[in-house]
Ligand binder design. Sequence first.
Ligand SMILES: [Zn+2]
Length: 102
Amino acid sequence: MGSLKRKIARTADKAQKKAEKKMAKKLMMFDMLDDECAACKEPFDKKCKEHAATWNVVVREQEKLVRLYCPECWDKANNLIKEIQDDLRVQAEAESQGADQG
Ligand SMILES: [Zn+2]
């Protein structure tokens, strides 16, 4: 009887350890979260609802990176991406036109 009880206890213990590990991983990711914007170093207020709603978190699990961006830098980054995409498109169009003439 005693061994069965121990077995159950061990199984429960294992499950708990697994859950703890999962939790620890999550907490670790959270721990890696900066408390300032990765670009402009503006402080992030964890207690501020507006900050929580508007700031952006980028998680790169492979690189174990968590980055925080304030809305301003996020907008800037998005605009930059858009500009680069536009540039690439213009470049591609110019190239295809040049190929036509060549
Ligand atoms: Zn910023």
